[in-house]
Write a new protein. Sequence first.
Length: 372
Amino acid sequence: MSVSKRPRPEPRPEIMAIAPYVPGKSGVAGLAKVHKLSSNESPLGPSPNAIEAFRANAAALASYPEGSSRLLREAIGRRFGLEPERIVCGNGSDDLIVLLAHVFLSPGDEGLYSQYGFLEYPIAIRAAGATPVTAKETRDTADVDALLAKVTPRTKLVFLANPNNPTGTYLPFSEVKRLHAGLPADTLLVLDAAYAEYVTRNDYAAGMELVSANENVVMLRTFSKIYGLANLRIGWVYAPEPIVDALNRVRGPFNVNGAAIAAGVAAIEDVGHVAAAVAHNTRWLLWLSEEIARFGIGVTPSVGNFLLLQFPATAGRTAKDADRFLSARGFVLRAVGAYGLPDRLRLTVGTEEANRGIVAALGDFMAAGGKS
Ligand SMILES: *Cc1c(COP(=O)(O)O)cnc(C)c1O
């Protein structure tokens, strides 16, 4: 019996070379209640004002949203002292990561990022037909010299998550400026500051002044993390005028929905809610770091709302064993094997109950050698 080979539509080969993004698990089979500590969501949730604005938008579902997210860009502009004309909003910052890659990368070009950089970057680079290039990190931190050593005439885009996910580490602004200074003028530096609000170090900056002063730097931000609006999908980019112009030509004409625009405005104006989220995170990030390190689990110093934990290679105490043990107790962490970190798990700072619970569970795990 011969199987007829009928032609069929074939995706571009580089599309099929993409390893699909695997989101953090959200549940455990058989458990009704779990603490989801796998996606860096806010344990405080969104501002009540944002929820109210979202509900109020229900009356407008039949109408197209305002296509340029004008009200949201103006609210962001007021909050950060930026010109709304230099902001583009997206359906999550993922939307903008993909658009930036499509706009600035051609087949044959290279997109550069650090060894443990956010996994959306190689996906976007490949989807644009370009080649992803990585530079080794030093102590789980992006290394400016290593990045600059990988720059070639084909490097058209450099993605830097600062702080980085999944490591939680950051580059001081002096290092970001040194990276920028070493890049050719026609290479775009994308500063992805998804966790900027959480950082309490005075040598950190999200990069707005670098965007303002240069033609080849953009800064990405999101409402998914500290604003607690991951489900609504809102991101934005602050960029030089020619880049704004290019992005506006290719983005979906209604890429941010009306409920997202309304809730985003309410969220960014609730400065008190953001301050409460920072205070909660600062307190519990430190507490979790100290308590977990006492068990002999490696904890990468983090300035975000999550911690990268390194488990020993000892049989029964590996990251895989820990994932199984913790899941059975209702704690869902993020496996990061896809990042080349098979001995680690990423833990999001949660509610007080979740934080105390995960520390108790990790203590039991290390004491029991993984036997539940
Ligand atoms: C979570 C995250 C984002 C945000 O993605 P959204 O699409 O806005 O939800 C962007 N960059 C990094 C590094 C992240 O961890």
